[in-house]
Design a protein around this ligand. Structure first.
Ligand SMILES: [Zn+2]
Ligand SMILES: [Zn+2]
Length: 107
């Protein structure tokens, strides 16, 4: 969902709602790890793994229906952490966005 989709939904119960209300709420949810920002589509998804806020999120994004499937991989996480360590880089937040076509949209 985009921020404006959320604003439209919120306006049903809170007609006074303005964009900053949504952005503050999204910022909070992002900080807590409850949602992920999908940069390539400028939207947000709920993360089902919020008990582990440090996780690396792998998002498979369907270019036809825009469906997003979130996956995790301990292997990829370990590899990325190793690469970061070699580069003296402290990972704070990571989302891998992978584009393609989901199963129902495949010919
Ligand atoms: Zn996640
Ligand atoms: Zn699809």
């Amino acid at each position: 969902m985009s921020a404006y989709d959320l604003l439209d939904l919120l306006k049903v119960s809170e007609p006074q709602a303005k964009p900053p209300t949504i952005y503050r709420a999204l910022e909070f949810l992002l900080e807590q790890g409850f949602i992920h920002k999908v940069e390539s589509s400028n939207s947000f998804i709920i993360c089902p793994h919020f008990h582990d806020p440090e996780h690396i999120s792998i998002l498979f994004i369907c270019d036809k229906c825009q469906q997003i499937i979130e996956k995790h991989s301990q292997d990829i996480e370990t590899q990325l952490k190793q690469l970061a360590l070699q580069s003296d880089f402290l990972i704070k937040h990571s989302v891998l966005e992978i584009h393609g076509i989901c199963q129902p949209c495949q010919p």
